[in-house]
Design a protein around this ligand. Structure first.
Ligand code: NAP
Length: 248
């Protein structure tokens, strides 16, 4: 069945690929980002099915305004996929409040803002689907991720709580935890990324997962299970293991 889907963070990477794949499936897509030129370009092929929207999720007023605008024009989405995210390395010698706050503001607070303004309308309607794109970096602390990791850990915790609270409703909450995916975000990584996936594959796994009732959509399986197992070990072992694997 065709849905109205809002993809937040749709100009590049996973969000952009999802936009293309979900358009081909026949859905109507509201695609937002700060830079909408790539989406305007895509619109040439999909015209009325694609609505590009300029939105910076770190601007609370703008998020409130855009959400209200969608509601007022009768465009309450059936599904919202929150993909907007930023990453830059923050290491032990580079911990700065401003850098950590910036990443938290986009990766975590951006999702909180959209939830604040859209969830009440989904609750009034009685149906909805919220998809939060976090990361395996939120499972456990990793080097260089002293801002990114905490933002994704917060998002995992937020989605878990929301899923429990909304368990007996028709509002589905899902969490996506990808491993490494080849996108502009990972282009800056200088280390060899294990189990690096193509963006088409990652978006395909997400589409499949979103059609299921599972809470967590994670891929690639081998890498994500490996990290989950490390996370369950006592710290004496897990931190030693991660240190040996990453401090090289
Ligand atoms: N690639 C990976 O290996 C990987 C792994 C795990 C999780 N993830 C997560 O997957 C999501 C997508 O990442 P990606 O790899 O596809 O990266 P990407 O290509 O850099 O895409 C990030 C998207 O977020 C948007 N964005 C960034 N800041 C924004 C802001 N302030 N307001 C609104 N939109 C903003 C960007 O658009 P504009 O710049 O035009 O605003 C872009 O569309 C992120 O949440 C990321 O943390 C990625």
């Amino acid at each position: 069945m065709s849905e109205l889907i809002w993809i937040v963070g749709a100009s590049t990477g996973i969000g952009n690929e999802l936009t293309k794949q979900l358009l081909k499936e026949g859905h109507r897509i509201i695609a937002s980002a700060r830079h909408i030129e790539p989406l305007e370009e895509l619109r040439k092929d999909f015209s009325t099915h694609l609505i590009p929207l300029r939105l910076d999720v770190s601007d609370a007023e703008e998020v409130a305004k855009i959400c209200q605008q969608l509601i007022d024009q009768g465009d309450l989405p059936d599904r919202i996929i929150m993909c907007a995210g930023i990453y830059f390395p923050v290491t032990a010698t580079k911990v700065k409040e401003a850098s950590v706050a910036k990443v938290m503001d986009v990766n975590f607070m951006g999702c909180v803002r959209i939830t604040e303004h859209m969830l009440p309308h989904m609750q009034s309607r009685g149906t909805g689907h919220l998809v939060y794109v976090s990361s395996i970096a939120g499972y456990i602390g990793l080097p260089k991720a002293l801002a990114y990791g905490p933002s994704k850990a917060a998002l995992i915790n937020f989605a878990e709580g929301l899923r429990i609270e909304l368990a007996n409703t028709d509002i589905k909450v899902q969490l996506v935890n990808p491993g490494f995916v080849k996108t502009p975000l990972t282009e800056q990584n200088t280390f060899k990324m294990p189990f690096l996936m193509e963006v088409e594959d990652a978006a395909g796994r997400m589409r499949q997962g979103m059609n299921s009732s599972q809470f967590e959509i994670k891929f690639p399986k081998r890498f994500t299970y490996m990290l989950r197992m490390i996370q369950m070990l006592p710290y004496a072992l897990s931190l030693k293991l991660l240190s040996a694997r990453t401090n090289r």
